[in-house]
Design a protein around this ligand. Structure first.
Ligand SMILES: Cc1cc2nc3c(=O)[nH]c(=O)nc-3n(C[C@H](O)[C@H](O)[C@H](O)COP(=O)(O)O)c2cc1C
Length: 472
């Protein structure tokens, strides 16, 4: 997308938002959708040279995504939402804030804001091409891309054939991606997030099939299905996968996921893996500003009050707001441990936004939102790119030791114990008892009989890849 079209997008968004904020919260007002934006749609190139917020159930809430964008994330993934959950959701727009809620019977299933649309990838949990397409059609006007979760190892996902169960049922996995690509308009990109299979050979076979479905990007969480988050991500297996995907010549972006600590650390990960981009989960859960080269410190004084203000302005669920804040673990410089403990205790007892009024001060949530809009306008996320020089191909050994020492204060590294406590001699071995014990078809359903495979969309002429010479 060109900077002119981004500029136009922000100008129209601004004017629409200012109209919204002048109106009162009135249930009678019919929500006026924002004027249709003319935006360049995502191509595989947009998934390259970026640092992304990973999909995270609960932790990847709307305020977290907006703060991540404000502080340097190139794109953000929403939390996985199971296909069926969205089928009967009612879309409602808050006329004052512009927040769009997809409401189920008793709660909002998914909330978003037009501001994040150019950067928002919606993640689906599915084991059925038809349901996946129906769910994607419900949200497609509010997002830029649809991602299929093929990595969740939790039984609630796998017992229904979703998440990591798809890894061992490539027919269903690929049928969902093909169906999504066929059903979505070209402006909606389709991507997948997988885990490694125990053997590299099987992983490459799976990757080859996935790359034949018309996807724009493939995220590889560098752990196997049975590895826990505390096991170090096996990023050393990624370079071969990246080379393999590049060899296919479709321009598909490969995104590394696993153990990245932030913007600076993403350079290490890219150097070690050759991945086109990096996706961060737990380090961003602990500090959503980790995408910046100068992440916020003293979060209790900096991010927490802002997060509370914005959440109140959005009428964001209190329990979820509290949960997200409870995960924050930034570096403390001036905040004393006792102050931090007091804040945690106060928050854990608080029953609603009113209970934290004294701590937050003025409820200037609208100003908080304006600041986010201005920050994004000034430094548009999709133009924030990390170009690394071709010779920055550090070995995993180099980068492993750097990742431990680069976080000398131990604060961020302590968020990801697998990085903090790795020993180099263990670095390359698949941890014991992590082989996937399940036979290839278990958990995942068969393809519907009537399902007809289609050829993926013909590859579009992608813009030329920027020459990776400038050091970010
Ligand atoms: C709280 C939490 C929720 C998560 N939810 C999802 C999810 O909805 N979809 C998904 O694909 N992965 C999910 N994950 C996995 C992360 O996206 C990521 O793959 C994993 O944490 C490894 O990245 P990291 O080492 O940067 O944490 C979740 C992880 C966490 C910590």
């Amino acid at each position: 997308m060109s900077s002119t079209s981004l500029r136009k997008f922000y100008l129209s968004l601004r004017s629409a938002l200012s109209k919204m904020t002048r109106r009162s919260h009135s249930p009678e007002l019919s929500p006026r959708p924002l004027k249709k934006q003319k935006l360049g749609h995502l191509t595989s190139e947009d998934y390259k040279n970026g640092v992304f917020l990973a999909p995270m159930v609960r932790s990847g809430a709307l305020p977290t995504r907006l703060f991540a964008l404000k502080h340097g994330a190139t794109m953000v993934w929403g939390p996985e939402i199971v296909d069926k959950a969205m089928l009967h959701a009612k879309r409602e727009v808050d006329p004052v804030t512009g927040v769009i809620s997809y409401n189920g019977v008793s709660r909002a299933i998914f909330t978003t804001h037009p501001l994040e649309k150019p950067y928002l990838i919606y993640q689906i949990g599915s084991a059925d091409p038809d349901l996946a397409v129906q769910a994607a059609k419900v949200v497609m006007h509010d997002v830029s891309g649809i991602d299929l979760n093929c990595g969740c190892p939790k039984p609630f996902s796998t017992h229904a054939g979703m998440g990591a169960a798809l890894l061992t049922n490539p027919d269903v996995l690929c049928s969902i991606l093909v169906a999504l690509r066929k059903a979505m308009p070209p402006e909606i990109s389709v991507s997948a997030k997988i885990r490694l299979l125990p053997s590299q050979e099987d992983t490459l076979k799976l990757v080859e099939r996935i790359c034949g479905t018309g996807i724009s990007a493939l995220t590889v969480h560098c752990r196997t299905r049975n590895m826990r988050d505390r096991d170090r991500a096996m990023i050393e297996r990624l370079r071969e996968i990246v080379n393999f995907v590049e060899g296919l010549g479709k321009g598909i972006a490969v995104v590394e996921n696993g153990d990245c600590l932030g913007w600076e650390d993403a350079k290490r990960v890219r150097g070690a893996t050759g991945a086109h981009s990096v996706m961060i989960a737990r380090a961003a859960e602990a500090n959503p500003t980790c995408f910046s080269d100068t992440p916020l410190v003293d979060l209790d004084k900096t991010l927490v009050p802002s997060y509370l203000r914005l959440s109140k302005y959005f009428d964001h669920n209190w329990g979820l707001t509290k949960f997200c804040i409870a995960q924050f673990k930034g570096e403390r410089v001036t905040v004393k441990k006792s102050e931090a403990t007091n804040l945690r205790q106060m928050l854990s007892k608080a029953k609603g936004f009113d209970a934290v009024k004294e701590f937050v001060g003025d409820w200037t949530g609208e100003d908080e939102m304006k600041e986010i809009i201005e920050a994004i306008e000034k430094n548009p996320p999709r133009l924030r790119r990390m170009y690394i020089s071709a010779d920055s191909t550090a070995t995993v050994n180099d980068t492993l030791s750097k990742s431990v020492t680069a976080n000398g204060n131990g604060v961020v590294a302590s968020v990801i114990p697998s990085v903090a406590s790795s020993k180099e001699d263990e670095a390359y071995a698949t941890p014991q008892n992590t082989q996937n014990p399940e036979p290839p078809s278990s958990g995942a359903p068969f393809l519907p009989k009537e399902f007809q495979s289609i050829d993926p969309l013909p590859p579009k002429a992608d813009p030329v890849t920027p020459t990776p010479t400038v050091s970010a």
